[in-house]
Each structure stands twice: as structure tokens, then as C-alpha cells.
Design a binder for this molecule. Sequence first.
Ligand code: PLP
Length: 355
Amino acid sequence: MITISNPQFGDEELNLLREVLESGIVAQGPKVAQFEEEFASLCGTKYAIATSSGTTALHLALLAHGIGPGDEVITSPFTFIASANSVLFTGAEPRFVDIHADTFNIAPELVEAAITPRTKAIMPVHLYGLMADMDPIMELAERYGLAVIEDAAQAHGATYKGRPAGSFGTGCFSLYATKNMTSAEGGMVTTDDPAVAEQVRLLRAHGSRVRYHHDMLGYNFRLTDLHAAVGLAQIRKLERFNAARQANAEYLNRHLHRVITPCEPPGHKHVWHQYTVRATNFDRDQAIEALKQAGVGAAIFYPIPVYRQQVYLDRGYTDSLPTTEEVTRQVFSLPIHPALTQADLETIVAAVESL
Ligand SMILES: Cc1ncc(COP(=O)(O)O)c(C=O)c1O
């Protein structure tokens, strides 16, 4: 079976893990600090603060911007549920804005109508490795005095007009096992703002600047040096991983005709976390079964808009956004990971073209 993801580990990860274990410092320590430095350099930001997951990165970024009960955050409903849930964790409410079907990202021209006196932030999600259209989002944020929290969980190394994901607003990354680079579990917050960086650092470790002195209510959302060891080895391979994904995407874009293939709009560098196509003239669920029979592991990211998840129905959400509704019925993702061989790509093309 050609799996939908296939994390790549080697001697680099093993050597750094051994170093950490032999050092005896396995919780947050020097490897986390080094990982943060290299991650900040990837994003071109002054600071990067490691956390225990992408979800905790988002949660702490929102808290660091002072978002809480009574506030609203505008985001996409076509995403992993953690994007919106991080808003709920703070006591604020996500407000959902529809997407574009070709980029799968929030439609900037619809954002302004969703801004209310309670709106405190816009949270674009850079879905599948393609950054949202940031110029109009930054312009609106500036005009209305809103924070921008980028959910860059799937966009390590992606750029928009040459600027890296995570360098526009406060960036939040996931380092989960299937991402373009991983630390098994983990997250990262990126920012140029020293006050935001300081708040995230405090919130991640029980609100403590000096050991056993607690200035505010905080959490234990730290990353460990064991995870940072894996993350450090991976960040040094990210460019190579992303180039392989890009080459695989180019091949599939050239050879697939049975489905609507994904786009890379001008000015964007897509890092192809997922290669997601749309089925408009056949039954998607049957197609996924047929692909499985042909040895191709396809998957649906995401079959249900966030606002129709039970968590949101229970809170009284009644949204029904037309493009999101349509796209959730059509999308499926094909393997695109760096370990694919030419034979794998040919198998994928043959399987899709015979649907
Ligand atoms: C768009 C998006 N946001 C947030 C997250 C949450 O990250 P994590 O799983 O590391 O908590 C993910 C992870 O899958 C994601 O894809």
C-alpha cells in the first residue's frame, strides 16, 4: 500500500536522540533552545517558542494576544478542528468565513463583513501547505486593529510573495508525525513581538520566570529535548523534503485528468503537505475504496465543516457556507510524501485515471 504519509527518519535523528539521552537532560533544555533558534531562522522571525503541539501553540498565541471571553476570532471552517477549538479554549468564539474552492483557503473578500465590535483577530489557515492570500488579510487587520494569528500547522517553509509562513502575524506550527517536518508531537509559535514571545514562554511553563515563583496562571505546554532532537534533524532536511513534494505534485498535476488538480497561485510557494484533488463527476467514497484496492492510500481532509461538528452544533452554530459545503463533499488527498518512487507515482496516476 502506498500510504498517505510516511515520516522519514535516519541516522541524524538517532544521533541527536542518543546525544540527548546520554546528556541526561531529556525535558526542556538546550536542544529545545537550539531548535527554537533554527525554527526562527526558517521563518525569518526574531523569536520561535516551542510548545507541546500545534494545538497548544495556537492556544497560547491567542492568549498572548489577550483574546478571551466575549471576543471573536475570524477563521476558516475548512480545516482540522484544532484551529477553531483553540479559540474556544480561550473563552472566545470562532466566526467562520467561507473559502475559495481553488485554494481551499479563507476568501479575503468575505472577511470584512464578518468583523464586529467583538472581533479581536483573524486566523487564516494555510491549508495543505499553501498560504492564504495574506495581503488583503493584513490590510484588513491593520485597518481594524486586529491581531493576525497564522495557523501554519501545515505550511513549514511555504512562502507568500517571498515571505515565509509564520512571519506575517503570530505563526503557529504543528510538528505532528505526519507533517512536512516532525518532532513526533510538538508545536512552535513564531513572532517578532518580544511581548508576545514573553507571554507564550510564561504561559507554556506555569507562568513562571523564576523557579517556583508564578506570576500568572500558566500551563505545562513545554516541548522536550527528546522531541527537539528529532525536530532539529528534520528541520535540516526540510528543504529537501519540500523539494521532493513539489516534484511529486508537478508530476501528478501533469498526469491527472480525471480530477480537478490543486493549484499554486502566482506569488505562492506551495509546500504540498497534502495533495488534494476534487471529484466532480464520480462518487468520492467509492473512488477511495477503488484506490485502496489498487494499493493507493487516499484520505479525506476534511469531510465535515468545523461548524457542523457536534462540538459546534451543541454551541448553537448554524452556519452553512456554500463553498465549504461543496468542497467537503468533493475533496480527497493522494500520497505526495517525499518517499514516493517513480513507480509509486505511476501507480497513483493509473489508479486515479481508471476511476
Ligand atoms: C490546520 C491545523 N491546525 C492545527 C493543528 C493542530 O496541531 P497538533 O495536531 O500538533 O496539535 C493541525 C494538526 O493536524 C492542523 O492540521
